[in-house]
Design a protein around this ligand. Structure first.
Ligand SMILES: [Zn+2]
Ligand SMILES: [Zn+2]
Length: 261
């Protein structure tokens, strides 16, 4: 069974209804997607994320505040640690830097990023990194804060091979989303072929970024299968082999997550 290593189930259309969430998870199960990591983006909606993980054994959760979130509560390291001290929380994030969507002085983004790394190291849970147009600073801060101790994943990876290598040197994994299926994503497809198979994860980042052939529609966890199929074909391996390896990678990285059989 595949894992959707990064999704926002609480942001899917109709997610206020428990039954609707169940339908999304059933859709995914029907195509061979067995586990999900539901990722937090802010303090205010974190309880929704946690509830979904509490109610479903095959859904894991993270705690963190997204780099573009410029309103709402700014957690301290202690507050992150308090929330992370929970069996449903298997990672810290998403965190990182995004200079594309924030303007002006973004020192606050870098400070927030550092606090997340410090929390991850202290609680020994891996980091989920979001990075956009901030390649050098992202790697620099990960190195300065010794994020290698916590490890983590570069989620929805759209950067260069050089950046992938720099991340993998710190024992990070590379996660591919539906963007890799876009016709214009030639450079990324090249990266997708080169990343060692034991460092690869797949994700939807749903409800955003639906893969081909659903581009423009709402994305959902079931579509991680389309990402996986595309990457398997690129690499010239079977879907089964890609599934087996990426699922193994997921549970190696997020090692407090318990698979449901
Ligand atoms: Zn992200
Ligand atoms: Zn995300």
């Amino acid at each position: 069974m595949l894992v959707d290593s990064h999704c926002h189930i609480n942001c899917l259309k109709g997610a206020e209804e428990k039954q609707t969430i169940q339908t999304y998870l059933d859709n995914a199960n029907d195509v061979g997607v067995g586990h999900f990591l539901c990722v937090s983006i802010d303090w205010e909606t974190y309880p929704e994320v946690l509830t979904i993980a509490e109610e479903h054994d095959n859904v894991f959760a993270s705690v963190g505040v997204h780099p573009n979130h410029d309103e709402g509560h700014e957690p301290t390291v202690e507050e992150l640690l308090e929330k992370a001290d929970n069996a449903n929380i298997v990672a810290i994030g998403e965190t990182g830097l995004d200079y594309f969507r924030s303007e002006g002085d973004v020192e606050w983004q870098r400070d927030r990023f550092r606090r997340h790394i410090q929390a991850a190291k202290q609680c020994n849970k891996p980091l989920i990194i979001h990075t956009r147009e901030a390649r050098e600073d992202t790697i620099k801060i990960l190195q300065e804060e010794d994020a290698k101790q916590a490890r983590g994943v570069m989620h929805c990876f759209t950067e260069t091979w050089e950046m992938a290598q720099a991340a993998m040197e710190m024992d990070f994994y590379i996660s591919l989303s539906g963007i890799v299926t876009f016709k214009t994503a030639l450079e990324l497809q090249d990266v997708a072929k080169k990343v060692p198979i034991d460092r690869l994860l797949v994700e939807t980042d749903s409800p955003y970024l639906a893969p081909v052939p659903y581009r423009g529609k709402q994305n959902q966890p079931a579509y991680v299968k389309n990402v996986a199929e595309f990457v398997a074909e690129l690499r010239g391996i079977s879907l089964e082999e890609l599934t087996e390896q990426t699922t193994k990678n997921f549970f190696e990285l997020f090692n407090s997550a318990r698979p449901v059989t």
